[in-house]
Design a protein around this ligand. Structure first.
Ligand SMILES: *Cc1c(COP(=O)(O)O)cnc(C)c1O
Length: 362
């Protein structure tokens, strides 16, 4: 039945976001490797910061996120005046679409790009435009070709999710330089910390006035449950986003936790090293049993199976073993499973289970 009261165009085209599953009814010792979470969780100092902040829950939070922006600026060597904080980087993506995308506008994302770009574009009333990738890698020329007078935003994640692949800074620089002047390039750096000596594109932001970078505390900082992200961009973009941002979009508890997490870079370094060690091990062990993957620059491996039926059967087998991984049909990679790099025991368990699957049914 259609109602007389209708949402604006675009809203009902949104297929609700499906997160990674976290429970298997009846199963014990369940390991969740479906949402790219840090298996080690946040730094211990985060718990202490949260304990302290519970004493001021009756107070409204600061509206300008000053202390957190200054901490981010110090740790990353960035201008705090050009940082904006959000309720997860999802909120930053949403603010970008609200500020720059509307009816008659186009928002570009790539073939296997993160699902929130399309959702946020539609919610803003803009048209999401999907551009092909080349063998699971962002194709700069295809993006430039897809631009027209309606294009307002281009979103690419580097490293990408769910592909785990990256394009080099020369390619990103070329994309920024060749986009039409009215298009803002957004570099989603959710996995930037997993790449050694990588700034996520911050230097390019400093050099140009058409590039914006998003970052998150949900991945290497182990704080997906608290919802904290941030963006860095030209002053004119930060100004526009601050106008659409809700004044109290972050609680003091979130800000205190994020600042404590940021101040413990030793924890970040340990997590990065352990992730790289287990990622290499897992990719090699899978390749040896006939399950290839592209070299991943993030905290997951995109395992490729012979076909969709084999990937689905393997996922069902893993599920029976209490192991949750992510099916990729929604990302146009139906023959793949995305497996988050867990701790060593989880990585060994998942590889062992896939190996059994391949021997008996693969
Ligand atoms: C996980 C992820 C995010 C992070 O979202 P938050 O809202 O910060 O939790 C952003 N972009 C990509 C590509 C991701 O995979």
């Amino acid at each position: 039945m259609t109602h007389a009261i209708q949402p604006k165009p675009g809203v009902l085209e949104i297929a609700p976001y499906v997160g990674g599953e976290s429970k298997l009814p009846g199963a014990r010792d369940v390991v969740k490797l479906s949402s790219n979470e840090n298996p080690f969780g946040p730094s211990d100092s985060v718990r202490e910061a949260i304990r302290k902040s519970v004493h001021s829950l009756h107070r409204y939070p600061s509206t300008d996120h000053g202390p957190l922006r200054r901490a981010i600026g110090e740790v990353h060597g960035l201008d705090p005046e050009r940082i904006i904080c959000g309720n997860g980087s999802d909120e930053i993506i949403s603010m970008l679409c609200q500020a720059y995308g509307g009816p008659g506008h186009e928002v570009i994302h790539t073939e296997h790009g993160f699902g929130m770009y399309r959702i946020s574009a539609l919610a803003a009333g803009a048209a999401p435009i999907e551009v092909r990738e080349h063998e699971r890698k962002v194709d700069v020329d295809a993006i430039i070709e897809a631009c027209n007078f309606r294009t307002r935003l281009v979103f690419i994640a580097n490293p990408g999710n769910p592909t785990g692949t990256m394009i080099g800074s020369n390619e990103v620089g070329r994309l920024a330089a060749e986009l039409p002047a009215h298009v803002l390039l957004v570099l989603d750096g959710a996995y930037a910390e997993y790449v050694e000596d990588f700034d996520g594109g911050a230097k390019l932001v400093d050099k140009r006035d058409n590039v914006f970078m998003t970052r998150t505390f949900s991945k290497i900082y182990g704080l997906g449950g608290l919802r904290i992200g941030w963006g860095y961009g030209p002053a004119h973009v930060i100004d526009a986003l601050n106008r659409v941002r809700g004044p109290f979009n972050l609680s003091e508890l979130q800000m205190a936790a994020a600042e404590a997490a940021l101040r413990d870079q030793d924890h970040v370094e340990r997590c990065r090293a352990e992730n790289a060690r287990m990622r290499t091990w897992m990719a090699k062990a899978l390749a040896e049993i006939g399950v290839p993957s592209d070299t991943s620059c993030a905290n997951f491996v995109l395992a490729r199976f012979d076909d969709t039926a084999q990937a689905d059967a393997c996922e069902a087998h893993l599920r029976d073993e209490g192991l949750i991984v992510r099916k990729m049909g929604g990302y146009k990679l139906p023959n793949c499973l995305r497996i988050t790099v867990g701790d060593e025991a989880s990585c060994r368990r998942v590889v062992h289970a896939i190996s059994n699957f391949k021997e008996t049914r693969g």
